[in-house]
Design a protein around this ligand. Structure first.
Ligand code: UD1
Length: 419
């Protein structure tokens, strides 16, 4: 069994270029189904979720070539519109293939993605929107059977769901008429998807606002696009720097993507400096971070739920009492019991965690059970006293290309071991 071994207590120092964004690239890979030509994506991260999505695309009939961080997808010979339970179980984002398949072939059969450890994660907003676009949706025992080319129309999302906004954008780019989406998610990854679809020839207005208007072209063209840097990986490394009292420069980050992430870092006592000429962010952490009296997660531009666990890890070692509220997912505090094993004092009441900072946390044997919770354990272990061993590495690899390499480069004492 592989495990990550960390000896904590060394301040992270130096410069790092962040990998391409997982949450931006996954809908783009689904979007590659829409055109009959080639899609070239640069800056594609080498993570397990991307590998899983690429193998689903191959099974559907796409040709996939990969050279370093450039992926070329040729969807000319697309022949299948079914996504099996095995694929859907491996990767929740396979639900995004629905929009791409409907836009290209007018049909999609997708096994239910199911819930996951962080919450129930229904897809009712996706399905409701597609149905309002004229697609027939049947819930069959083995999955969703969606039939009919999307027509377009005016759709109001009940909640600014990131995945539903993306699925509907993909369907709208392949629809026969104009679509107006109201109540959209505004995340930077949505803006990137709009830009990518524009490269394919779709006319899109309002990406990054609540109302997006999509005029589909007669035919979607081949496209070439560079995936933006991953703001969640960058945020994880920034929080790891704070956990260790270090100072970092993170390259390849976009300032807009950091609305909602910067202020909480400053509340911890970190100094943050933008280096506009290099699209880089400098972070200088205090010796010991300050507790934050109250912080909650929220849709963009609020504090992202994908950094909540890593923030919890930092607050566990901070000076003073903090309250952290999770408002997006129902069960995103699973990491608390692992942090408690390190000596953290955290009380949970529903979606609220009250943290009494303890310093130093102690290294120990830990178990990652999901992606960001795993990253939080790495964050805590780097700042803790002594040795930690983290199991469940495969969860971390779903979203981090090579977390050990990156943190070693910053002076962290961290390595992957075959246990
Ligand atoms: C995406 C991100 C994930 C991030 C999340 C919130 C990707 C691949 N994943 O997930 O990393 O944590 O955004 O920023 O980009 N909901 C419904 N019905 C729906 C859809 C969503 O009730 O049809 C609920 C979900 O259960 C959840 C909330 O809305 O409680 C937010 O979900 P959503 O924004 O859709 O997240 P994802 O797209 O799944």
């Amino acid at each position: 069994m592989r495990e990550i071994r960390i000896v904590g207590g060394r301040p992270l120092q130096g410069e790092i270029r962040v990998q391409g964004s997982k949450n931006a690239v996954l809908p783009m890979l689904a979007g590659a189904l829409l055109n009959r030509g080639q899609t070239v994506l640069h800056g594609c991260p080498g993570i397990a979720d991307v590998a899983a999505m690429l193998s689903v695309l191959e099974r559907l009939g796409c040709r996939v070539d990969r050279e370093r961080d450039t992926v070329v997808i040729d969807a000319k010979e697309l022949r299948d519109c079914r996504v099996t339970g095995e694929d859907a179980g491996k990767m929740r984002s396979s639900v995004l293939l629905m929009g791409g398949l409907l836009g290209r072939m007018g049909q999609a059969r997708i096994a239910y993605p199911g819930g996951c450890v962080i919450g129930k994660r229904p897809i009712d907003i996706h399905l409701c929107g597609l149905s309002e676009m004229g697609v027939s949706i049947k819930k069959e025992p083995e999955g969703i059977n969606a039939q009919g080319r999307p027509k377009g129309g005016t759709i109001r999302l009940a909640f600014p769901s990131v995945g539903a906004t993306e699925n509907l954008l993909l369907a709208a780019a392949g629809a026969s008429e104009i679509t107006v989406l109201d109540g959209c998610a505004k995340e930077p990854e949505i803006v990137a998807l709009c830009e990518f679809l524009q490269c394919m020839g779709a006319e899109i207005y309002g990406g990054g606002t609540a109302r997006i208007v999509i005029r589909p072209p007669k035919r979607l063209e081949s496209a070439e696009y560079r995936v933006p840097g991953d703001r969640i990986v960058a945020g994880t490394y920034a929080l790891a720097a704070v956990s260790t009292g270090g100072s970092l420069t993170i390259e390849g980050v976009d300032r807009a993507g950091w609305r909602g992430q910067l202020y909480p870092l400053q509340l911890l006592g970190a100094k943050v400096l933008w280096k506009e000429d290099r699209a880089a962010l400098g972070i200088q952490a205090p010796k010991r971070p300050a507790g934050i009296p109250f912080l909650d997660t929220a849709p963009y531009p609020g504090f992202p739920t994908d950094l909540q666990s890593q923030m919890l890890a930092v607050l566990a070692g901070a000076d003073g009492i903090s309250c952290l509220q999770e408002t997006i997912f129902e069960q995103r505090f699973k990491v608390i019991d692992q942090l408690r094993k390190m000596g953290a004092q955290i009380e949970q009441a529903g979606n609220l965690a009250v943290i009494e900072g303890t310093s130093p946390l102690r290294g120990t044997l830990l178990e990652a059970r999901e992606l960001r919770g795993g990253a939080a354990l790495v964050t805590a272990a780097l700042g803790a006293e002594g040795e930690s061993r983290i199991r469940g590495v495969e969860f971390i690899e779903r979203g981090y290309e090579n977390i050990c390499r990156d943190l070693q480069q910053l002076g962290g004492q961290i390595e992957m071991r075959k246990g």
